[in-house]
Design a protein around this ligand. Structure first.
Ligand code: NAD
Ligand code: TYD
Length: 333
């Protein structure tokens, strides 16, 4: 039996990862440590809440006492917990520094003292910053340009330092933009799908020509699982599926699949410091034997259908704190 501490498991990727592991294996036990911030949602895990191999603990990764209690119970740590939305980091960066940097430090320090067998730090391709041509490899310098990506870069290199200094068996992953079920509807794809379903405007930043490399969340989960077994400690791995698309392309695709009018497209002032293009070279993980499984268009169709069928899930979210946030952003609510 392998026992994992999954942090941030009530969020988008973490909850997909927990579903993935429990579907895939009979011999994993999972403790999900999550603070349940605005982005954490236990509805994402309703179907597994009574699973014999799953336990939820509400708490903060910055809470040393709590992390000290949980760490001796597990062999593997997968750290998803983070403040994750670039726009929020521009408005108020404090929690990004606290959770993404200090929280990662608390986990690393406690893992070191407990001789954890593997520590997977979920970083992001955004730590490299923007690239005009070509793709970043794992050896390229980090040039993060938002408070979000800078805080993630801090944790990314802090994790590496724990390998170099203390020989903590750390693996760092840098994945590109994910999409799929249970993504909080403030990120591009779930925001635009749910707005379009409700015939609300789709706020396209700047000229809509910024490029992101999209990966279906299940492929990301498979890559993390693959690296837990096959990744080399002390190494960093880019993860991506080679689907570079402009935001306008994504917008048109969503409108097409929902059969909605072009008139919902609304150009709004650009995000501050908006990275033009992200692109990662994934030769390293591909050489190890991992490759994405999902076709991009099929996965988009599946995702659009999921949001159509699960309107209760996102309508519940699109109220309260969420509406306050959007009123401040665009006065559109
Ligand atoms: P998310 O915002 O949906 O979920 C984050 C989760 O972390 C939430 O459940 C939240 O409650 C929890 N959390 C926040 N602060 C916490 C704290 N102090 N203690 C415990 N739990 C806390 O984020 P996501 O999109 O699922 O991203 C997960 C991870 O993957 C993040 O580390 C992010 O940087 C990284 N990542 C995301 C993407 C993407 O496209 N979404 C791509 C690459 C990497
Ligand atoms: P986002 O989903 O926030 O991910 P990230 O900024 O971490 O890549 O945004 C993806 C792209 O979509 C990014 O170029 C910003 C753009 N975008 C919009 O044009 N409008 C929006 O309302 C949002 C949320 C994002």
């Amino acid at each position: 039996m392998r026992k994992l501490l999954v942090t941030g498991g009530a969020g988008f990727i973490g909850s997909n990862f927990i579903h993935y592991l429990l579907n895939q294996y009979d011999d994993v036990d999972i403790i999900n440590l999550d603070k349940l911030t605005y982005a954490g949602n236990l509805a994402n895990l309703k179907d597994v809440e009574r699973h014999p191999h799953y336990q939820f603990v509400k708490g903060d990764i910055c809470d040393k006492k709590l992390v000290d209690e949980l760490m001796p119970e597990v062999q593997i740590v997968v750290n998803f917990a983070a403040e994750s939305h670039v726009d929020r980091s521009i408005g108020s960066p404090d929690d990004f520094i606290k959770t993404d940097v200090f929280g990662a430090f608390v986990l690393l320090e406690t893992a070191r003292k407990n001789r954890i067998e593997k520590f997977i730090q979920i970083s992001t391709d955004e730590v490299y910053g923007s690239i005009q041509d070509g793709s970043f490899t794992e050896n390229d310098p980090l040039m993060p340009s938002s408070p979000y990506s800078a805080s993630k870069a801090g944790a990314d290199r802090l994790a590496f330092s724990y390998y170099v200094t203390y020989k903590l068996p750390v693996i760092v992953t840098r994945c590109s933009n994910n999409f799929g079920p249970y993504q909080y509807p403030e990120k591009l794809i779930p925001l635009f799908v749910t707005n379009a379903i409700e015939d609300k405007k789709l706020p396209i930043y700047g000229d809509g020509m910024n490029v992101r490399d999209w990966i279906f969340v299940d492929d990301h989960c498979r890559a993390i699982d693959f690296l837990m077994d096959n990744g080399e400690v002390g190494e960093t791995y880019n993860i991506g599926a080679g689907n570079e698309k402009t935001n306008l392309f994504i917008t048109d695709l969503i409108l097409k699949h929902l059969e909605k009018s072009d008139e919902l497209k609304t150009f709004v002032p650009d995000r501050l410091g908006h990275d033009r293009r992200y692109s990662v070279d994934c030769t390293k993980i591909r050489k190890l034997g991992w490759q994405p499984k999902y076709d991009f268009e099929d996965a988009i169709i599946e995702t659009v259908l999921w949001y159509k069928r699960n309107a209760d899930w996102w309508k519940q979210i699109k109220s309260g704190e969420y509406l306050e946030y959007y009123k401040q952003q665009y006065q559109t609510a």
